[in-house]
Design a protein around this ligand. Structure first.
Ligand code: FAD
Length: 357
C-alpha cells in the first residue's frame, strides 16, 4: 500500500496525483508552496494560455499525443472542467527561425505535422486565406482551457479520489518523505516542482531556466485561436491569441524570453503585443485600434524550460525513490495526461518491485 507524496500543485502535480489516485491502493498527499487560487511569479500554471497546439516533433510526440483524447473528452462531456473546442489557425513565415523549440524542433508550423491525423478537420489554408507576409498556414479544431476553472476542477477531482492536499515549503526534497498525511514515512516522492526544481535542495537542476511570457487578458473575442511563427519585433517576441472557455476572456501573447525573470510588464511591451494582435485579428476590435480592447490584466508567467529536455525518470535520493516530472516549458497542459500516465507507469513498476522484496 504505497504512501506517495507529490510535490507541486501545478498542472503537473495535480494531474500526476489524479491519475495515481485511480489506484485505490495508493495513498497520496500533495505538498505545495503554491495552490490553485494563488498568483505568484514562481508558480507557472495559472499564467498559461492555455490551449493544445502541439510543438513536439514526431519522435517526441508521445506525451502530447497521449494527452489529446482526455482533453477532447473533457471538452465534449465535462463542461465543469472549463475546456471548449475552438478553431486553431496557424500561420508560418519561411523567414522565421523555428520557434518554441526549446530542445525540440517544433512541427507546429509545418504543413504536414504528425498531429494532422488527430484532428479530423485538419487542412492547409488556401493562399487566399493567408494574411500578407505569411507563406503557409493550417487550420484544425483544438481546445482552449479556462485555467481559473480548470485548475480548481483538477484539485477537486483529486480530493474526490481521497488525495490530501497540504501547504508546505520544502528546502530539501527528502523533507517530503516525512510529510505524508498518514504520519508514516512516504514510500515514494513524485517531484513536480516546475521552475523551482532549479532551487530545491537535492535536485538543484541548474538546467531549468525561465522563459518569460507576457500575456494580456481582454474581454474582446477573437472567434478562433491564432498563432504565428514569428513577428517583425525580433526572435524573443511571439504572437498568439486564444479565447478561453466559459467567459474566461481572450489571451493575447506574447514573448519567449529565455533566462529572463522580470515579473512585471512595461507599457511599451503591452502596447506592442496589443498592436500585433489587432493587426493579425482585426475582428478583435471590429477593425478599430487597441483603444477598443477592454483589458482585464497584463501579466508575466515563467515557462519552466529544461534545456536538455523534460525530466521524467526515477532517481534514488537518500532513502527515497523519487519520480521526477518537471521541465515542461510552454507545453505543460498539452502534455499533462501523457506525462502523468508515464509517472504512473514508473510508480507502478517501483511499487511492484518493492512488493517482491
Ligand atoms: P508549476 O505550475 O510552476 O507548479 C509547481 C508547483 O511546485 C507549485 O505548486 C509550487 O508551489 C510547487 N513547489 C515547487 N518547489 C516547491 C518547494 N520547494 N516546496 C513546496 N512546493 C514547491 N502550456 C500548454 O500546454 N499550453 C499553452 O497554451 C501554454 N501557454 C503558456 C503561456 C505562458 C505565458 C506560460 C508562462 C506558460 C504556458 N504554458 C502552456 C506552459 C505551462 O503553463 C507550464 O508548462 C506548466 O504550467 C508547468 O506546470 P508545473 O506544474 O510543472 O509547474
Amino acid at each position: 500500500m504505497p504512501n506517495i507524496v507529490v510535490i507541486g500543485a501545478g498542472v503537473s502535480g495535480l494531474t500526476s496525483a489524479l491519475l495515481l489516485s485511480k489506484n485505490p491502493g495508493y495513498k497520496i498527499t500533495i505538498i505545495a508552496k503554491h495552490m490553485p487560487g494563488d498568483f505568484d511569479i514562481e508558480y507557472t500554471s495559472p499564467w498559461a494560455g492555455a490551449n493544445y497546439m502541439p510543438v513536439s516533433d514526431l519522435p517526441n510526440s508521445k506525451y502530447e499525443r497521449d494527452t489529446w483524447p482526455e482533453l477532447a473528452r473533457l471538452a465534449k462531456d465535462v463542461p465543469e472542467a472549463g475546456i471548449h473546442f475552438q478553431q486553431c489557425v496557424i500561420y508560418n513565415r519561411n523567414k522565421d527561425p523555428i520557434p518554441y523549440s526549446g530542445p525540440l524542433p517544433s512541427e507546429l508550423f509545418t504543413t504536414s505535422p504528425w498531429f494532422k491525423d488527430l484532428f479530423p478537420d485538419f487542412k492547409l489554408l488556401d493562399r487566399s486565406e493567408l494574411p500578407p507576409g505569411v507563406d503557409s498556414g493550417t487550420s484544425f479544431t483544438s481546445v482552449c482551457l479556462n485555467l481559473a476553472i480548470y485548475l480548481p476542477w483538477l484539485a477537486g477531482q483529486c480530493l474526490t479520489n481521497g488525495v490530501i492536499i497540504k501547504r508546505a515549503v520544502l528546502k530539501h526534497i527528502s523533507e517530503a518523505s516525512s510529510l505524508h498525511h498518514s504520519r508514516k514515512k512516504a514510500d515514494l516522492i513524485v517531484n513536480c516542482s516546475g521552475l523551482l526544481a532549479s532551487k530545491l535542495g537535492g535536485v538543484m537542476d541548474t538546467d531549468v531556466v525561465p522563459v518569460r511570457g507576457i500575456t494580456i487578458l481582454v474581454r474582446n473575442e477573437a472567434g478562433a485561436m491564432y498563432c504565428s511563427s514569428g513577428t517583425e519585433a525580433g526572435p524573443d517576441q511571439s504572437m498568439y491569441i486564444m479565447t478561453r472557455a466559459a467567459g474566461g476572456g481572450t489571451i493575447l501573447g506574447g514573448t519567449y524570453q529565455k533566462g529572463n525573470w522580470t515579473p512585471t510588464v512595461s507599457d511599451e511591451e503591452a502596447t506592442a503585443i496589443m498592436q500585433r494582435a489587432v493587426k493579425l485579428c482585426p475582428q478583435l476590435t471590429n477593425g478599430k485600434g487597441i483603444e477598443a480592447l477592454s483589458v482585464i490584466h497584463k501579466r508575466v508567467g515563467l515557462r519552466p524550460l529544461r534545456q536538455e529536455g523534460l525530466r521524467l525518470v526515477k532517481e534514488r535520493i537518500g532513502e527515497n525513490w523519487v519520480v521526477h516530472n518537471y521541465g515542461h516549458a510552454g507545453w505543460g497542459y498539452q502534455a499533462s495526461y501523457g506525462c502523468s500516465q508515464r509517472v504512473k507507469e514508473i510508480v507502478d513498476s517501483i511499487s511492484t518491485s518493492q512488493a517482491k522484496l
